[in-house]
Design a protein around this ligand. Sequence first.
Ligand code: ATP
Length: 354
Amino acid sequence: MAEIVFDGITKTYAGRAAVRNLNLRVGSGELLCLLGPSGCGKTTSLRMLAGFVTPDAGDIRLDGGSLLRLGPEARPTAMVFQRYTLWPHMNVFHNVAFGLKLRRVPAREVVRRVGRALALVGLPGYELRLPAQLSGGQQQRVALARALVIEPRVLLLDEPLSSLDAKLRAGLRQEIRGIVRELGITTVFVTHDQEEALSVADRIAVMRDGDLEQVAPPGMLYAQPTTRFVADFIGQMNFLPGVVSGREVRAGELHFAVDGDLGLGGPVEVAVRPEDFAFGPGGAPAQVLGVADLGHYREVRARLGEGAVSVFVGKGEAAPASGAGLHVRRALLYAGGRLVGEARPVGALAAERR
Ligand code: ATP
């Protein structure tokens, strides 16, 4: 068991909150990503958990016991940093063994555990190499082995892959996910890369300006973003100005119905994912402005009313014919920056709904 609870955690620097009243639970064995733009408070939150930064208010508990009285070395946490932090003059064995020697683990046990940690990260037999003789990806694997070898109860990853190229990142993040799964270790993974978070996390906590915006599994975060910020930050989203009256919503030529009373009238933002548009006869008049071929799908820019929208068209689907209109499969409604409901297309627009 290793459940973490941030309970009303606040950290202020020079009168400005880096993290404001953070309430967040990380389940035992869970891989939670802290995601958000630069400066939103991700690293500060991680550092408070590691013990490098002391919060001004609130508590951080591990299985119900406060961690705040413990210094970083006394906490059952291990951290992997963004840049390679291996000692250049020490070989891989000594780099990985370092934490065990500090803990006065017997020599034979050290050899066994280092060997096991290196096998876990896919580098068996690399003990005698120096860091300079390793690729960037291999160096980050050694850094991960060094964190895992002490058998921490909580693994903290601070943008561990951001210095690697895109292909290597994608492979290594799945390996990390596999390893922490296998070990059942509670993991907090800081990243500003939404694709990375969506692909590795059990749940994602999105932060903005020191506030927690939403915590949800990746699929739910994408399908039901509870704030406009999250809707815009995760994936692509088109926002169209709309007006609610009763159970109807209009956004230019697009006409929707909502289930139940939203309890509001007047302006809303109608949010549509690019893949929730479809071209077809009878839709809202749209004019194709440009098409980008992105490999497995095409992104079409189209003029719709006063604005322009992005539409994803699958490779198997026909390119929009001239005169084809735009249909919507699904839309979300935001008012005052918050999700207020979901809208279904009605009338002619609904005919093409899949
Ligand atoms: P990044 O992705 O750029 O690392 P982040 O989301 O991790 O960003 P933090 O590093 O947690 O953000 O910083 C949050 C805010 O707190 C920022 O405005 C930052 O400038 C400020 N901050 C962080 N550490 C300190 C510090 N030691 N002294 C003063 N201000 C700080």
